[in-house]
Design a protein around this ligand. Sequence first.
Ligand code: CUA
Length: 338
Amino acid sequence: MRKRSIIQMTLVGVVVGLALAAVAFFIPWLPDAASEQADIIDSVYWVVTVICVAIFALVAGVAVYAVWKFRAAPDDMDDGSPIHGHTGLEIVWTLVPTVLVTFIAVYSGVALAQAEDLPDDHRVVEVTGEQFAWTFTYPDVELENGEPLASGELVLPVGEPVEFLITSKDVIHSFWVPEWRMKQDAVRGVTTRTVVEPSKVGTFEVICTELCGLGHAVMRSRARVLSAGDFSAWVEEQRRLAAEGGSVQGEALFSAQCASCHVLEEAGSQGQVGPNLDESLEGAEEDFVRESIVEPNATIAEGFQPDVMPQNYGELFTDEQIDGLVEYLLEATGGGGR
Ligand code: CUA
């Protein structure tokens, strides 16, 4: 009889365990893994998941079996028989979780140390978060005017470890590219760091993953991972655009910084977060275009909210960049009396 009970209990546990394992393994829960760190982080996920599936199957097996096996008959009004503690059992269920939790802590610690391991010779990218945009600065790429290269999109060569030095200009944000797995807070007055070695060429999304205000959900940038050759070409292109100035530079700035939120036919952009610029800037004067960039709350287009667009483009970009952007937008929308 007792042997049969144990077999039945084990069967329930195995069925529950198999069902859970199927849910865990056959549904693609995780985004694509596109960095060396992603494989390390995912291994932690899977180790923890396997442990949890086993424990849950065990507990569910015993619970389901007990509910079914020891249910009271309809006419049974008796109290259940009194039970005592079981010292052996208590030792086991204290010891097992202690060992498991310690194992998970050590495993995670080792994984994190591996993920953040960095050769001395590596690229550094400074990440600055602010309401509600990201800026990426490349301190080892100097432009003609002596300034380091700064971009609204994150562009990296594949297969090269990068150290991100992260900070914020206002509230707490958090830098995250899901396909890379590594995530780090951006805190004003503090420089945090994380390490990523992109392992796949492609376009990904940089996501702010700390609730930071009205525009949190739109605080996204593009991360593009290129081959080493394409990356060098991109850097050269950025140098050239910066040297050229004017609407050429404005166009590049637009596609990196503005396109994700605004429709502009000239740029082929489809962003729906902010007003359609072909409409709101049609035939606009230069002063209005400039004000809409550096002081966006001054005039809010109908149907839109203030404070969604970053308020500090005037500080973030050089006068030269703003001039270029204004020039580009006037050309694109037929404004400024042209
Ligand atoms: Cu920045 Cu959320």
